[in-house]
Design a protein. Structure first.
Lengths: 326, 347
């Protein structure tokens, strides 16, 4: 693998980081206090659950699939946490149970997708309905989680220089990110995911275990989705059946903004962090401004998706042209 | 470039030479699913199949299914065309919201109703053109290209409405959506017209052939002289206009534009209907009749749950389970196993 090759591979990731820094710099120039550890710490905390879900989605997308059930998984886990809390369960115990449930549920989806040859888009769509339906069966109202552990979790923080703080949610997200990076880039499983996403038939011919890897990928997606649900429940201290509706799209957008190709096989887990932070920063900017209304968030994120994808394509095209001049 | 074995293998022959086995008729499995749902309805609700004529208008559960399913049917028919060309359109829900907002704004601006209708459809056509241009000209993956409008479009609709729900009164639009034409509710007639137009375009013009050809293999189609970019853009134009028509129906129904909720998650129901109809997201086939059956499966399921008296919170779970069963029924390995069992019994 030549040096030139490596540069090309890192290009989308570098572009994402540049975009994030540019948006953040714009905020720092336009508003007082934007460039503070307080704002940055809150940015990490507020977007922790979306980014955790997006890390799982990165694996699924790297394998060439898609998982639409993430938002419903977050909602279901938050509601189930609250319901178990009412039964007197310790939040850590119910978190452990639900994260295992997420992994098994995701694994079952992966098995069905591979064994029955069902398109991931459609199967995970059905799973999205199922999990959201389970939320409604458990409760139609918002349920509080009263256990003191949850309050302690959301109060706990590491003070940063300045007024900022690194919350437990943010630390959980960073730990999940570190685990994701290790899994993707330093294990055989990670190599198999990239191989299957790059070219499934070649991967099969080279002896990559397709069925097992598919189960693991969607299992990991379910695991991260459930972990995001736990983070959400701890963050809000409640369970709500309509929680995180549409978060699967935020997660996919974070993955794409992070430079991962939806066709699979190309991308970095670290990029997803910045993809999620870009969305969060735009939201923070709009809150800071105060004059802009919420619909601008949607329009700006849409516009940014557009510019980012076209920029990414032209970078890829020009580097391809440089390497193989027509 | 590589061949795509799954799409090629899955595609059933359009006109089988010999008399096909009944279970190989491609509408068989979707129709079976629909028949089973309706059969359950016949047991849980005795009057389910009664259709009455009250004050010159048809009433009954079956009419209700058609009535409520009409906007989804219109969207799903457009979606079937896009999927046939190996695309997908996630933005239809947002286009519905935009169409509703534009329509409401123009009515308040004092434009005449037919002009409002034309302008609204023109705006939805432009939305389709945007999607088509991103996919065909900029070569962006359909799912991401249409995600852009899905995210931004609802924001645009909210901007047009200035963040509120704007209501209006219009006899013309009420007549289109909630009125009747003869004994039939007019929106069913609208959906039937869209069905007929889609059928004619896909089965009686070269466009239909090109769409399926591009969906099966865009590169090969281009080499045979088909303007694949033009065909791809056309499919998104069709889907955009279909979403616009559905937007007009939905907005006229509630007599107002609700940018947050109009057509929310409609794209998912539409895609689901196309797939329940037996189409592959890998493209290559446009199933028009089957898509309609898919819509009817989804809508009759919702109506059945209402009729059955099951608490509405079970609605989504039942829907998910039925969708799972339909997907399993249509999965090739499962179908082969089932067919194998039936065949083994006969011999």
């Amino acid at each position: 693998m030549g040096e030139e090759d490596m540069n090309e591979r890192y290009m989308p990731l570098a572009a994402t980081i540049v975009v994030f820094l540019a948006i953040y710099a714009f905020g720092a120039a336009a508003y007082n206090n934007f460039l503070s550890t307080l704002v940055f710490g809150d940015l990490l905390t507020d977007n922790a659950f979306v980014i955790i879900a997006a890390i799982g989605a990165t694996f699924v997308i790297l394998s060439g699939g898609i998982d639409l059930s993430v938002g419903s998984m977050i909602g279901f886990v938050s509601v189930a946490m609250a319901a178990l809390d009412a039964q007197g369960w310790h939040p850590l115990l119910s978190a452990l149970l639900l994260v295992s449930f997420g992994a098994v549920f995701g694994g079952a989806m992966g098995a069905l997708i591979d064994a029955c040859d069902i398109q991931p888009f459609i199967l995970t769509l059905a799973a999205m309905f199922l999990l959201r339906g389970l939320c409604f069966v458990i409760t139609l109202d918002s349920l509080p989680i009263n256990h003191p552990f949850v309050a302690a979790f959301s109060d706990w923080r590491i003070p940063l220089p300045g007024d900022g703080r690194l919350s437990a949610s943010a630390l959980l997200m960073l730990a999940a990110l570190a685990a994701g990076i290790v899994l993707a880039h330093f294990t055989r499983f990670g190599a198999n995911v990239y191989a299957i996403g790059g070219d499934r038939n070649s991967a099969r011919l080279m002896g990559a275990p397709i069925r097992r890897t598919m189960i693991q990928v969607y299992g990991l997606g379910g695991f991260y989705g459930a972990l995001a649900g736990v983070a959400y429940a701890f963050y809000t201290g409640s369970g709500y059946p309509l929680a995180a509706v549409g978060v699967e799209l935020d997660a996919i957008a974070a993955v794409v903004l992070g430079g991962t190709l939806l066709t699979g096989g190309v991308g970095y887990v670290a990029g997803t962090l910045f993809g999620g932070l870009i969305q969060g920063t735009i939201q923070t900017l709009i809150t800071f401004d105060g004059r802009l209304t919420s619909w601008w968030t949607k329009i700006v994120i849409g516009a940014l998706l557009f510019f980012f994808i076209t920029a990414q394509r032209s970078i890829m095209r020009s580097t391809a042209l440089m390497r193989h001049p027509a | 470039m590589r061949l795509d074995p799954p799409a090629a293998l899955q595609a059933p022959t359009r006109r089988p030479a010999a008399a096909p086995k009944f279970s190989e008729w491609r509408a068989f499995w979707p129709l079976l699913a629909l028949a089973l749902i309706l059969l359950v309805d016949a047991f849980i609700s005795p009057g389910f199949f009664t259709i009455r004529l009250v004050e010159g208008r048809l009433y009954g559960s079956l009419i209700d299914i058609l009535y409520r399913g009409a906007p989804t049917a219109v969207v799903a028919l457009g979606m079937a065309v896009v999927i046939g060309a190996r695309g997908i359109d996630l933005s239809v829900g947002a286009v519905i919201a935009i169409a509703g907002a534009v329509m409401t704004e123009l009515i308040h601006a004092g434009m005449s109703a037919p002009a409002v209708l034309l302008a609204t459809l023109l705006v939805s056509l432009i939305c389709g053109l945007w999607n088509g241009a991103l996919v065909a000209l900029l070569d962006i993956q359909p799912i991401i290209a249409t995600l852009i409008l899905m995210v931004a479009g609802r924001g645009v609709a909210q901007m047009i409405d200035a963040g509120t729900i704007v209501t209006f009164r219009s006899d013309f639009f009420s007549a289109i959506s909630t009125g009747r034409l003869g004994p039939a509710p007019s929106r069913i007639v609208v959906a039937a017209a869209v069905y007929a137009l889609t059928w004619a375009a896909m089965r009686r013009t070269a466009l239909g052939l090109f769409v399926e050809s591009v969906g099966a293999n865009a590169e090969a189609s281009r080499l045979t002289g088909i303007d694949a970019k033009f065909v791809t853009i056309s499919t998104y134009l069709i889907s955009g206009v279909a979403a616009g028509i559905a937007g007009v129906l939905i907005t006229s129904d509630i007599r107002g534009s609700d940018a947050n909720n109009a057509g929310l998650w409609m794209e998912l129901d539409a895609i689901l209907a196309v797939v329940l109809g037996g189409a592959s997201l890998n493209g290559g086939r446009v199933y028009i009749f089957n898509t309609l059956i898919g819509v009817l499966i989804i809508q009759s399921l919702t109506t059945s749950i209402l009729v059955s008296g099951l608490p509405p919170e079970y609605n989504l779970i039942v829907k998910a389970i039925v969708v799972f069963l339909c997907l399993l029924l249509q999965a090739r390995p499962v179908r082969q196993a089932v067919s194998g069992m039936i065949w083994a019994k006969r011999t």
